[in-house]
Design a protein around this ligand. Structure first.
Ligand code: PMP
Length: 567
């Protein structure tokens, strides 16, 4: 798959963050600056997709469908050709059945807000699986509330696929909608959707398949599946963000009311007669679409077509097998479900380690994986997990990258605190250093550190300085919402109106960050706390790139709670 990888500039040696991890440069076949294992969230983009944007804006930028000038005609023709390419890609009957959306999320919302309201009566049932992404849960929850319909939740078998026996028990004449993921974004297992679609049809239910995690990995034929709707996002299959597809059978789309209203989706607008709507697919495409994105998406499809599906599947299977076997050798690794996944998406936890600590430590080695609930909180609840780690790969990933990942993971698991040194200072010595740090001490401590790897180590060492909070101080009121891990904060104020904070977290990385943040706020007045510039502080520490407080990584939530408590 060398030819595949070569087309992704971000993965090449010209990557601007190439100096991020400067410790282990010499393993052949691995770009230590960047190992990208978060493809389930979004894939990287090949040159043709990147170039397509530039060409469009430089050479034929115009709005589509509306104007009679040549530039608009060229844009419209490329835009509609992209629709035809998607039609061929999933083997739809007609381009009229391909609706452009912003992504899988909007596609599901479109169906829920149109067909959902049209067909549901109080007491009707919607079936979804416990493993669905939030995008395929929350729209149905709101719809059920609005229509007094009932949501029935499918459980999984031990391998992590939808349990067909359970489905057979749940489905009945009241089932009006069956909507499930083709592949879970956490478990990487292909669900038995053919059987689900057939059984749903037998009771006259509408079938909707969320293919967001499927389309990049194996061919999808909507006519062979015979589902009513199939949806996905371009950005998970090498295309741009902000473009999604809703496939729907023409007869159903024709009968559905429009979703959003405005320009483009109308036939005639009048104050004197009823406004009439455009034909398919335009009826569902109000306003100016993401023209450059849609055209670039066609390039992504063209890019994928260069490679035989069989070769991609074979290579991805090699990656999965290799990664699964290597992880299985590490005794602390606990797979979330049993057996090897069907697509290269692997979920696991590491016994004795917080998921966030593992993910952030891997990041310090230049490896991007995901930790948390993966927008599948009900699945985490079902599996009795607070979250897990997810490695998701693409054909541009390599066996060498997996080996490097495993080596780093083993190092992280093995590293006892006494082995952790920063510039020759052991954790123990570190602990003996002053415990009452202020922000200037922290700035001084970070001043000599180069690279995220060393700064990350320093944060982990600082975590040792945080006294643990008594269990009676860990309660709902002291909980910091917005942290990926659990974190608590309590405050007290002395007679001089000076604030003192104590905090704790179940993740070491957050405990280290708490030391940094508390050093800035402890012993200060409310006014000093309110006016302290946390962004500038993090900038001075060299942490803005990885831990900018304005990003949703927990730092902001901690700072906001401190500021709220001081008011
Ligand atoms: N469904 C699944 C299975 C997904 O994995 C995702 C994205 N993680 C979505 C839906 C939502 O996709 P988007 O954010 O592109 O709308």
């Amino acid at each position: 798959m060398k030819k595949f990888r070569q087309q992704f500039p971000l993965l090449g040696s010209s990557n601007p963050s190439a100096t991020r991890h400067d410790q282990e440069k010499s393993v052949p076949g691995v770009n230590h600056a960047f190992v990208y294992f978060d493809n389930g969230a979004t894939t990287q983009k090949p040159n043709c997709v990147i170039d397509s944007h530039q060409t469009f804006y430089q050479e034929y930028n115009a709005n589509v469908h509306r104007a009679s000038h040549a530039l608009s005609a060229k844009a419209t023709s490329a835009f509609e050709q992209a629709r035809a390419d998607v039609k061929d890609f999933i083997n739809a009957k007609s381009s009229k059945e391909i609706i452009w959306t912003k992504g899988a999320t909007e596609s599901i919302n479109l169906i829920a807000n149109t067909l959902g309201h049209q067909i549901l009566s109080p007491g009707d049932e919607i079936i979804i699986a416990v493993s669905e992404h939030h995008a395929n849960i929350v729209p149905w929850q709101l719809l059920a509330k609005q229509t007094a319909a009932i949501i029935k939740v499918l459980t999984l078998d031990e391998d992590g696929r939808i349990d067909l026996a359970n489905f057979e028990r749940l489905i009945n004449d009241k089932t009006k909608i069956v909507c499930c993921g083709h592949v879970s974004n956490v478990l990487g297992k292909v669900n038995p959707i053919e059987a689900i679609i057939a059984k749903a049809k037998a009771v006259g239910a509408v079938t909707i398949i969320d293919g967001a995690q499927a389309v990049a990995h194996f061919p999808v034929d909507v006519q062979a599946l015979d589902c009513d709707f199939y949806l996905f996002s371009a950005h998970k299959m090498y295309g741009p963000t902000g473009v999604g597809v809703l496939y729907g059978k023409q007869v159903l789309l024709d009968a559905m009311p429009p979703y959003q209203l405005g320009g483009e989706m109308i036939k005639k607008v009048s104050f004197n007669q009823p406004t009439t709507f455009n034909v398919l697919p335009f009826k569902f495409e109000a306003g100016t679409p993401n023209i450059a994105g849609v055209i670039a998406f066609a390039q992504a499809i063209k890019f994928m077509k260069q490679f035989c599906h069989q070769d991609i599947m074979q290579y991805e299977n090699l990656l999965i097998q290799h990664c699964y076997r290597a992880l299985a050798q590490i005794s602390q690794i606990k797979f979330v479900v049993r057996d090897v996944p069907d697509i290269p998406v692997l979920a696991f936890t590491v016994e004795g380690h917080h998921n966030q600590d593992i993910a952030s430590a891997l990041d310090s080695f230049g490896i991007a994986i995901r930790s948390g609930h993966h927008c599948a909180m009900p699945l985490m609840e079902y599996l009795s997990l607070s979250g897990c780690l997810r490695v998701s790969m693409a054909p541009y990933n390599t066996i060498e990258e997996i080996d490097y990942f495993i080596t780093c993971l083993e190092k992280i698991i093995m590293a006892s605190d006494s082995h952790l040194t920063v510039n020759g200072v052991t954790a123990k010595q570190h602990l003996q250093q002053s415990s009452a740090l202020n922000s200037n001490d922290i700035i001084k401590q970070f001043a000599h550190l180069t690279g995220w790897h060393n700064r990350h180590r320093e944060i982990m060492l600082l975590s040792k300085k945080l006294p643990r909070l008594a269990s009676h101080d860990r309660h709902e009121q002291s909980l910091i919402h917005g942290c990926e891990s659990l974190a608590w904060l309590v405050s007290r104020q002395d007679k001089q109106a000076i604030f003192y904070f104590q905090a704790d977290s179940d993740a070491r990385i957050i405990r280290g960050l708490l030391v940094i943040v508390l050093a800035a706020f402890n012993g200060k007045t409310a006014e000093q706390i309110q006016t302290f510039d946390i962004e500038e502080y993090f900038d001075k520490l060299g942490l803005m790139q990885q831990l900018s407080p304005s990003r949703g990584n927990g730092v902001l939530a901690i700072v906001e709670k401190i500021k709220a408590l001081s008011l």
